[in-house]
Design a protein around this ligand. Structure first.
Ligand SMILES: [Zn+2]
Length: 930
C-alpha cells in the first residue's frame, strides 16, 4: 500500500485564485515558495467561478491555478466547492435552502445555506464534483481531495419538508415498528404516543421541552445524512481518481467524525486555539490521527497569528507560539500544516482574520512565524523520517455521541467539549502523553483508560473494555458515564445498568449534587461533589467476594456515608468507578448551598488531577521512537505552547512537558548519563529513582507541607498505590510549582557526590557503546553543583556543539534556588562525539545591531521579484557593523526610495536559505563574502 501523500510533509496555506488577479496569484505562489511552502489548498468556495451559470462549467480558473502553483513547486489540495452553492441554484427556490428549527428557510449567502439533503442540490453537487474529478482526478499536481469544508459548522439538522420525509424513513429503518419507538422513547409520557412514523415531528418549536429521545435521535439523523452526502461525493471522485480524499473537520461541529472518516482516506482538521488554551491545540493531535483509513491527519487550517471575523476579533498569538504548534504537529505524526489563509481577504466577512501577507501584499505579524516554520521543517525532517510516534499508554475516550447526549441534557449548562477539554488539559499538565480515543477504538497497547461523560456506554463496548481490564488495564469510568440508555432514557433496573456489577457496587442515589452540600474525601483529600452524581454502597459481605473497596467516601450531604468512587481489581487490572464530579474545595467549590459549584471553569482539570495521578502511576510519557529504543519528543513544542517563558529569545523555551524516556529508551538514557535515570517524571514531582529520589524537588505533589519525610522513605516501588498528599493548584504549572519560592521546605538536603566542585571532570560525557548511526533524538539529565547554575540561565543553555538542536529545562533545585538537575533533549547527528553534547551556557547575546541589520525578511521577501517594485539588486559592500572596518562585511542594496535593505545574497547566506531562492536570484552577485 503506497504511503499517504507519497510520504510528503505538506506545508502551505489556502489561496483563492478566483478572488485575486492572475499577477497577484502568481506573486503569492512565488512568495509561498520563498517561505519553504510546498502546498496550496484551493477550491472550497469556488463553485460560482467554476460554474457561473447552470451547466456552464468552466475549469479554466482551476487549470491556470494548478499551472502557476506547479511552476512554483506547490502541490494542490483540491476542494470540492459544495459548501457555497451559487445563487443560480438557490434563487427562487427556498425549498432547496436549509430550514431552521422553526421551519423558516435561510436566505442565500454566507455558506452552508442549502439543505444538503435536497435532491436538486445533490444532483448539482454531483455534477460539479464529477467535472472536477474527470478533469484533474489523476493530475500529479493534485496531492489530495478535500470534500466540501467544515460540514455542519454553522447549521445543525435541517427542518425542511424534504428532510421531514427522510426523517420518517430514518425512524422506520431504525425502529421497524412505531410501537417499538413508543416503547423505547417512553412516548406515553405527555401522551406523545405515535400511530405511525410520519407523525413523529422534528424537534421544532414547542411550549416546553421535547422528549430527549426525539432530540437525540434527530441529531443522529442529521449526522448520518451529512455522512451520506460525503460518501456520495467520495464515490464520485474515486470513480475518476486514486488521489486520497479527506474532509476538513473539527471538534466544534455537529458531526459524527469517526463515522465520517471511516470512508475517507485520512482525516484533517482546523483549529484556532488561543495561546493560553494551548492544550486545545494538542487535543486535535491526540484525536484526529486515529480517524480515517490511513490513520494519519493533516492540519488543514490554522492562523499564523489570530483568527477573526468582522464580528469577532481574535487575539494575536505570542511570538513563537505558531512555530511550536507546527513542531508539535509534525512530531505528533501529522502529515501537513496549512494556514488559513495566505493573502488576507479584502472583502467578505473575515477580513480581520490573520494571514501570511496582508491584502496589499506586505508581511503580516504572522509572517515571521511562517518563515520560521519553512526553515524548521527541513531541519526536523531527519528526525521525523527516522522515528515514528509512540502509542501513548493513556487513552481518554472522546465521543461525538456523548457530545450529543450532553447537548440534549445540558443540565447545569454542561458542555461536553468544554468538559473533555478541561479533563484533557489536566492530562497535558500532568505531562502525560495521551490519546483521544473514539469509544469504539481498539484498546491494545493502552494501559490506562478514562471514560468520563459518556452517558450511554453500549453493552458491547463495556464488555470489550472489561476484557481489556481483565488483561491488565486500568479503567477510570465516570463521572457521568453509563447512566443513560441508547434512547436517552434512564435505566430501569439500576442507575448505571451493568457498570455496578462490573464494579461490585450497588447504586443508591442519583441526583444533581451541585449545591446540595455534598462533600467527600478521595485519596486523602477533601473535595466538593458536583453535577449529576450516582452514589454507591459497597456491601461488606459482597465486597469480600468482589474485592470492591471505597476510594471516595461522601462525608456530607444527602448521600453521606455512601461512596462516590470505588475501585475493584478485575483479573490483572482494576476498574475505578467515579460516580460524581469532584472539585477542589480550595478552589471554592464547597458544594454547599449558595456556592454555584459550577465546575465549568478552569478548576475542572485540576480537580481531577489526583485521579489522573493515581490512575496513571507507572506510565511513562513518550512521543516518538526510532524503533531501537531511542525516544524523541515534542517537548519543546509543548513547552512553548505552555507559554511559560523565553518566547522572545528566539529559542523554544523549556517547560513542563519535555522529553521523556521509556522502556529501552530509558535504558539507553541511563547508559548515556552514567546511571542517573528519569525513572518517573511528573509535573509536580521530579525523578523518583533510587539515585535522585532523596534530592528531588519536594513540591506539593509528593509531600504534604510540614510532614517531612515520613511516609515517603525510599524508592516508590508501587507509586500508584500511595495516597496523593495534595491536589495541585490549577493555577500552578511545573516551573512555578517547583520554583524555590513556592516549594515547601526541603526536609533534608542531600548533596550529590561531587557537588560543590566543578564536576565536569567527574562526569565526562561519553558514549558507553557507540555514537548513533543515524540522526536521532536523545534525552538525558545533568546534575549541577549547588550554586553553579541559576534558574534563569537554563534557557540560555546550549550543547558543546552549539549547532545541535537542543532544549533544556530545570528538573530540580538546590535549597538556595540554584539548579540541581537539568533535563536535556537533543537531535543528535550521526557519529556525534559525546563531548559535543556537554551542556554549557551560551554567551549572552550582543547588544542589538544597527537598525538596518534587522530589516531583512519582511522588507526583502515581500518583494516578489528583484527587478519589480523598485528594488534594485545592485549591492555595495559595507563593513560589518559588528566586526568593524576591513571585515568581509555584508551587502546593502537600495530601494527606489534609496533606503537600504539587506541584499538577497547576504540574507540567503545568513538564513541558509540559499537553495530555496528562485533560480534568477541565485546568480553570483557583487557580494564579496561569497
Ligand atoms: Zn432539508
Amino acid at each position: 500500500m503506497p504511503e499517504l501523500l507519497d510520504g510528503r510533509l505538506l506545508y502551505g496555506a489556502a489561496v483563492y485564485p478566483e478572488v485575486v488577479d492572475a499577477e497577484t496569484f502568481a506573486a503569492d505562489a512565488a512568495h509561498m515558495r520563498h517561505l519553504g511552502m510546498n502546498t496550496a489548498r484551493i477550491g472550497e468556495f469556488m463553485w460560482a467561478a467554476l460554474e457561473p451559470d447552470r451547466d456552464d462549467v468552466r475549469l479554466d480558473v482551476l487549470h491556470r491555478a494548478l499551472q502557476v502553483l506547479d511552476a512554483n513547486g506547490l502541490a494542490a489540495i483540491l476542494c470540492t466547492p459544495t459548501v457555497t452553492p451559487p445563487v443560480w441554484l438557490t434563487h427562487g427556490h427556498p425549498e432547496r435552502l436549509h430550514h431552521n428549527a422553526d421551519g423558516t428557510p435561510l436566505g442565500h449567502g454566507s455558506r452552508q445555506h442549502v439543505c444538503t439533503n435536497s435532491p436538486v442540490f445533490r444532483e448539482r453537487a454531483a455534477l460539479v464534483t464529477e467535472a472536477l474529478a474527470a478533469a484533474v482526478g489523476n493530475d500529479s499536481r493534485v496531492v489530495a481531495w478535500q470534500l466540501d469544508n467544515e460540514f455542519k459548522s454553522h447549521v445543525g439538522g435541517c427542518h425542511c419538508a424534504g428532510c421531514a420525509e427522510l426523517w420518517a424513513e430514518w425512524l422506520e429503518k431504525r425502529y421497524l415498528e412505531v410501537a417499538i419507538l413508543n416503547e423505547s422513547w417512553l412516548s406515553a409520557i405527555w401522551s406523545e404516543t405515535y400511530q405511525n412514523f410520519v407523525q413523529v415531528p422534528m424537534p421544532g418549536p414547542t411550549p416546553f421541552l421535547h422528549n430527549t429521545s426525539l432530540v437525540n435521535e434527530f441529531r443522529l439523523f442529521s449526522q448520518a445524512s451529512i455522512n451520506g452526502f460525503a460518501r456520495e461525493q467520495a464515490a464520485i471522485i474515486r470513480a475518476h481518481s486514486s488521489i486520497p480524499v479527506t474532509h476538513n473537520s473539527g471538534f466544534g461541529f455537529d458531526l459524527d467524525n469517526p463515522a465520517l472518516y471511516s470512508d475517507l482516506d485520512f482525516s484533517s482538521f482546523d483549529t484556532y486555539p488561543a495561546a493560553d488554551n494551548y492544550s486545545a491545540f494538542l487535543m486535535n493531535l491526540d484525536y484526529f490521527p486515529r480517524l480515517g483509513k490511513a490513520r494519519r491527519t493533516v492540519l488543514m487550517e490554522t492562523s499564523p497569528s489570530h483568527g477573526g471575523t468582522v464580528r469577532q476579533y481574535g487575539r494575536p498569538h505570542p511570538h513563537g507560539f505558531v512555530e511550536a504548534e507546527a513542531f508539535a504537529n509534525f512530531a505528533s505524526g501529522s502529515a501537513g500544516f496549512l494556514f488559513w489563509l495566505f493573502r488576507q481577504h479584502r472583502g467578505g466577512s473575515e477580513q480581520p482574520h490573520g494571514s501570511v501577507v496582508s491584502s496589499w501584499g506586505q508581511p503580516t505579524i504572522g509572517y515571521p512565524s511562517a518563515a520560521a516554520i519553512g526553515e524548521l521543517l527541513p531541519r526536523i525532517r531527519p528526525l521525523l523520517e527516522h522515528s515514528r510516534p509512540v502509542q501513548p499508554a493513556v487513552a481518554l475516550h472522546y465521543s461525538d455521541h456523548a457530545k450529543g447526549f450532553l447537548a440534549t441534557e445540558s443540565g447545569e449548562g454542561t458542555d461536553y467539549r468544554s468538559l473533555v477539554s478541561a479533563f484533557h488539559a489536566g492530562l497535558v499538565r500532568a505531562g502525560t502523553s495521551r490519546a483521544l480515543l473514539p469509544v469504539e477504538g481498539a484498546l491494545a497497547g493502552f494501559r490506562v483508560l478514562f471514560t468520563p461523560f459518556v452517558r450511554h456506554l453500549p453493552d458491547d463496548h463495556r464488555a470489550r473494555i472489561l476484557d481489556w481490564v481483565h488483561d491488565g488495564g486500568t479503567w477510570v469510568c465516570g463521572p457521568l458515564t453509563g447512566d443513560r440508555t441508547e434512547d436517552h432514557t434512564w435505566h430501569g433496573e439500576s442507575a448505571l445498568d451493568g457498570l455496578e456489577d462490573a464494579a461490585g457496587v450497588e447504586s443508591v442515589f442519583q441526583f444533581p449534587a451541585t449545591g446540595s452540600g455534598s462533600c467527600g474525601t478521595i485519596l486523602g483529600h477533601d473535595v466538593g461533589l458536583t453535577r449529576m452524581s450516582t452514589f454507591f454502597r459497597v456491601n461488606a459481605d459482597s465486597a469480600a467476594v468482589t474485592g470492591a473497596q471505597v476510594l471516595g467516601a461522601v462525608t456530607a450531604g444527602p448521600a453521606e456515608g455512601l461512596a462516590f468512587a470505588t475501585e475493584r481489581r478485575i483479573g490483572a487490572g482494576r476498574m475505578i468507578l467515579l460516580g460524581s464530579f469532584p472539585v477542589s474545595l480550595d478552589a471554592g467549590h464547597s458544594g454547599h448551598e449558595g456556592d454555584t459549584g459550577r465546575a465549568g471553569g478552569h478548576d475542572d482539570g485540576a480537580a481531577l488531577a489526583a485521579m489522573v495521578e493515581y490512575a496513571c502511576a507507572g506510565t511513562l510519557p513518550a512521543v516518538r521512537t526510532a524503533g531501537d529504543g531511542v525516544v524523541a519528543l515534542a517537548g519543546r513544542a509543548a513547552a512553548a505552547l505552555a507559554g511559560q517563558h523565553g518566547q522572545r529569545n528566539g529559542r523554544f523555551p523549556a517547560g513542563p512537558a519535555g522529553t521523556h524516556s521509556a522502556g529501552q529508551g530509558r535504558r539507553r538514557t541511563q547508559r548515556f548519563t552514567r546511571g542517573h535515570c528519569w525513572r518517573r517524571r511528573h509535573p509536580w514531582s521530579a525523578c523518583h529513582s533510587s539515585a535522585c529520589h532523596r534530592s528531588a524537588c519536594h513540591s506539593s505533589g509528593r509531600r504534604r507541607p510540614g510532614r517531612g519525610r515520613s511516609g515517603s522513605s525510599g524508592p516508590r516501588r508501587r507509586p500508584g498505590r500511595r495516597p496523593i498528599p495534595g491536589l495541585p493548584s490549577p493555577a500552578a504549572a511545573l516551573p512555578d510549582r517547583c520554583h524555590p519560592a513556592r516549594r515547601h521546605p526541603h526536609p533534608r538536603p542531600v548533596q550529590l557526590p561531587g557537588s560543590g566542585r566543578n564536576d565536569k571532570g567527574d562526569l565526562p560525557m561519553k558514549w558507553l557503546e557507540q555514537a548513533p548511526r543515524v540522526d536521532t533524538a536523545l534525552s538525558f539529565g545533568r546534575p549541577w553543583p549547588q550554586g553553579e547554575l541559576a534558574a534563569g540561565d537554563v534557557g540560555r543553555m546550549v550543547l558543546g556543539d552549539a549547532d545541535t538542536l537542543h532544549e533544556a529545562r530545570p528538573l530540580a533545585f538546590w535549597p538556595d534556588g540554584s539548579i540541581k538537575w537539568t533535563a536535556h533533549a537533543a537531535v543528535v547527528a550521526e557519529g556525534q562525539d559525546a563531548e559535543g553534547l556537554e551542556p554549557r551556557l551560551a554567551p549572552r547575546k550582543p547588544a542589538p545591531r544597527q537598525p538596518e541589520a534587522d530589516i531583512p525578511a519582511t522588507e526583502l521577501l515581500a518583494r516578489p521579484a528583484p527587478t519589480a517594485s523598485g528594488w534594485t539588486p545592485e549591492c555595495s559592500p559595507q563593513p560589518s557593523p559588528t566586526r568593524g572596518a576591513g571585515s568581509p562585511g555584508r551587502c546593502l542594496a537600495r530601494t527606489a526610495a534609496n533606503s537600504p535593505v539587506a541584499c538577497a545574497w547576504w540574507w540567503a547566506r545568513r538564513t541558509r536559505r540559499w537553495p530555496s531562492l528562485p533560480r534568477k536570484w541565485r546568480r553570483p552577485g557583487p557580494c564579496a563574502p561569497w
